[in-house]
Design a protein around this ligand. Sequence first.
Ligand code: SF4
Length: 362
Amino acid sequence: MCGGRRSPKLLATKRTQLNTDARRRLFDHTPDTLRAFLTDLDEPEYRADQILEWVYRRGARGFDQMTNLPKALRQRLAERLYLYESQIVQCARAGDGVTRFLLRWADGETAECVSIPADDRRTACISTQVGCPVGCVFCASGIDGVRRDLSAGQIVEQAMVVAHQAEDDTRLSNIVFMGMGEPLVNYDATIRAVRTINAAWGVNIGARKITISTIGLPKQMRRLAHEDLQVTLALSLHAPTDELRRELIPWAKGVTIAQLVEAARYYFDRTGREVTLEYVLLADVNDRPEHARQLADLARRMRCNVNLILYNPVEGFPYKRPGEASAHAFLHHLRARGTNAHLRSSRGLDVDGACGQLRRRE
Ligand code: SF4
């Protein structure tokens, strides 16, 4: 069994152990807050632009590399700010180039991020929380519930780690918030991180190349629609009926699929951005022809496209990955009903491909 056994109330209490000391991480800063920080140090504001240029454009890994800053300032910055707070404590590279990193933060907590190369580009899959409150019964990340939120800077730092760890010329082009945690529970930090990742002064990734994946919090989905961000919203449905969904995602029992249909429609109507339905295929659980028919009906009502994901088995969990033939049959059923659907290739299977496994082992 998984993290969903804990009551949401208890998880919410644990989640209040926040670690959002914005003053202590460079990646938590915007140009404005960094200027204010420098003003407090009696330094000229223009130093903020120099620092951001070093970090985001020139790939500096330490303040000592910022050679156009006075040595005394570099020293003061190093005493007051983390540039890279995390240490990579595990790194597992699969034969297909997918690399999973386990990062340890200054307080000893750990989170995973993943580098997924494809041709000349690279996607970073990043986490928003340490652990996950949702506790889907098939997922290793939620097994012990959530320990704390990550700050905006800690979320951004994962993208930067992936950008700098490339062993080839691939450039970071896409960001998916699909690692550990529920991004819309850690809403403010997630949105701040998205803005930094999207900003020309920051990581500089186009909003349309950023995907936020949620288990489905209707209120926050509506709120996101008003953020004036052109990000892609992915809704992890995983089951086409309330009954089955409550079995797979016990934490979501207070939310009905009908409410999600409305929220997804609202997001589409407000932003013009089609929502993607994520659907993990579990053998003999949610991969039958009637499930495909029900899912196609929902996708039509929500105006969504569908991403099918072949389950990456987790040691000790009873769920199995469907065979290729049955996955393609499911895809065929969807397409036959006019659904825009894709079967996502599974990557990194030889390095504990499922989210949360490195951390679990550590
Ligand atoms: S699948 Fe996603 S939402 Fe579900 S427990 Fe894992 S990390 Fe959390």
